[in-house]
Design a protein around this ligand. Structure first.
Ligand code: SF4
Length: 304
């Protein structure tokens, strides 16, 4: 693989610095301390997300359950990989307490991939959703799950407890899977999303996200958006791939904000109910806003 380093353009460096300045020290501290107190992981920290400052300051965070060691090793991901420990059955209860203390209105829960667990961790996702829905003023729960090895029973376990948003990231175009997402399969991930659309109960929106800048051609991006639209996916995020280090998959291209807007316009034309696209957009960035936008637009009902 050609690992030529592509310097980041100044406009993007400025944008990231600005995002990092959007930090309200008090709220940031509060979130940080409570994550530590309740022994919770966040992908925000594990993936060195540039939006952490603004998300924490807006009272949102993405919680990572099932430990912080992944059984896979995607070339773009900074999460540690290897042999994970036991699944922590107390995690749903601690997450419930933390969300209550933090007063979160929209909670995103994701996880590493746990190919070592028979159900891929689906039962713990379900327990987390149930725990959060049992809160006096329950938040909207968005789960961003691994592919569960394509297991439909794992998918049904999660959908069966009615998360407000079921999300699984397709990440990139099929041609790049072997280099970027070894261990995953494009058809399996697309199939999981299509099944989720069919099996989701009223009130559950299906969402996915992918990155640009990994070497995809424009026609491949258009085909990807079309396939996701044909599968009935309602919500979409498109962001710029930023390489966590020189050891990770190299950035092949920095995409302009104008081009992101073009893809967003195409996706909206294809019928997606919510599209968030931009260099710093991540699948859980502004997740609560995007969800509320769909609800407010009444488009959610059309999905049922
Ligand atoms: S499966 Fe997810 S957590 Fe694991 S390496 Fe890939 S992107 Fe990272």
């Amino acid at each position: 693989m050609d690992k030529t380093y592509l310097p980041m353009p100044q406009w993007l460096i400025n944008k990231i610095c600005l995002a990092k300045q959007k930090k309200d020290p008090l709220t940031h501290r509060f979130i940080h301390d409570n994550l530590a107190k309740y022994r919770l992981n966040t992908v925000c920290r594990g993936a060195w997300c540039p939006n952490r400052g603004s998300c924490y300051s807006r009272g949102t965070a993405t919680f990572m359950i099932l430990g912080n060691v992944c059984t896979r090793n995607c070339a773009f991901c900074a999460v540690s990989h290897g042999k994970p420990g036991e699944a922590d059955r107390e995690e749903p209860a601690r997450l419930k307490e933390a969300v209550k203390v933090l007063g979160l209105k929209h909670v995103v829960v994701n996880s590493v991939t746990r190919d070592d667990l028979p159900d891929g961790g689906a039962d713990l996702f379900a327990k987390v959703i149930e725990a959060l829905h049992a809160l006096p003023s329950p938040p909207a729960v968005e789960v961003l799950t691994p592919d569960f090895g394509g297991s439909l029973s794992s998918l049904e376990t999660v959908l069966g407890v009615n998360p407000e948003v079921f999300s699984h990231n397709i990440e990139t175009i099929p041609r790049l899977y072997s280099a970027v997402r070894p261990g995953a399969s494009y058809r399996r991930s697309l199939g999981l999303l299509a099944e989720a659309v069919q099996k989701a109960r009223a009130g559950t929106l299906v969402k996915t996200g992918f990155m640009l800048g990994l070497g995809e051609e424009k026609q491949e991006v258009a085909d990807l958006i079309r396939e996701l639209g044909d599968a009935g996916v309602a919500m979409l995020t498109i962001g710029q791939y930023l390489s966590p280090s020189l050891r990770h998959y190299p950035v092949k291209r920095y995409v302009t904000e104008e081009e992101f807007e073009e893809w967003a316009a195409l996706a909206r034309k294809m019928g997606f109910k919510s599209v968030d696209a931009g260099p710093l957009v991540r699948s859980s960035y502004r997740a609560g806003d995007c969800y509320r936008e769909v609800l407010d637009s009444g488009a959610a009902l059309a999905v049922d």
